[in-house]
Design a protein. Sequence first.
Length: 111
Amino acid sequence: MQRVTARGRGKRKRAEGRAAPQSYNSGMALKELLSLIDAEIARFAQARSLLAAGSSAVTKVSAKAGRPPKVVASSPKASPRKKKRVISPEGRARISEAVKRRWAAQKKAVK
């Protein structure tokens, strides 16, 4: 909140209901505060050591990120590639006749 004066400059008002900062004048409160700070420092040190130990594992994992390499079978070729099978002209004629008979039977059944 600001109060405007005749010159147009604002002065800050002290907020009502706001407490002034407390000072730790007593020896007991100061010792208690120091022990709390020491406990926090110990917790932070422990957390830092855990993170430092875990960071090496994270870097190892991130170095191997991505698709794994293709695994090639290292077994020797047991048998050569099989020869392509070729149908004889007589066999092709038999298959053609069988298909023609099948189509004729289906066509006859539809009528």
